[in-house]
Ligand binder design. Structure first.
Ligand code: HEM
Length: 127
């Protein structure tokens, strides 16, 4: 059996650190921060960490607690335009620089986040 990326990068502690570093950056961003629950950063960290662990082959706690991800639908209330997408990705790249996974895993994670962030776009600033 091939190893999941979840296990290859170090399991739950890796994702906990990644998500923590990510939110450290989101909370410094004037455009992103107001979209997030101001008094529930810990809850937001938990939800994102559980989602990522599940996506990459770890625990299925996310779906047990939150149901089907339906991420595009869940993001509909938040104005994700190209600027927000780029800011979000900059926060994620900064977090990945800190947790520093092996190059092959970094490439896979970068590719996934780029595509997922594009899928979340829901505002066109030109109209
Ligand atoms: C939740 C913003 C991209 C995964 C949220 C929340 C905000 C947000 C404001 C609510 C926080 C909470 O209460 O949990 C954004 C913005 C994005 C973006 C501005 C820019 C592109 C992504 C991407 C992913 C993702 C690319 C997946 C790789 C999630 C998950 C949740 C979440 C799993 C929690 C959903 C739940 O309620 O169960 N996002 N997001 N987001 N986001 Fe994003």
């Amino acid at each position: 059996m091939t190893q999941t990326l979840h296990d290859a990068v170090g399991g739950s502690p890796f994702f906990a650190r990644l998500v923590h570093e990510f939110y450290e950056r989101v909370w410094q961003d004037d455009v992103l921060r107001p979209m997030y629950p101001q008094d529930d950063r810990a809850g937001a960290e938990d939800r994102f960490r559980m989602f990522l662990e599940q996506y990459w082959g770890g625990s299925t706690a996310y779906s047990e607690q939150r149901g089907h991800p339906r991420l595009r639908m869940r993001h509909a209330p938040f104005p994700v335009d190209p600027d927000a997408r780029e800011r979000w990705l900059a926060c994620m790249r900064g977090a990945l620089d800190v947790v520093d996974p092996a190059p092959l895993h970094r490439a896979e994670l970068d590719d996934y986040f780029e595509r997922a962030a594009t899928a979340m776009l829901n505002r066109n600033p030109l109209i």
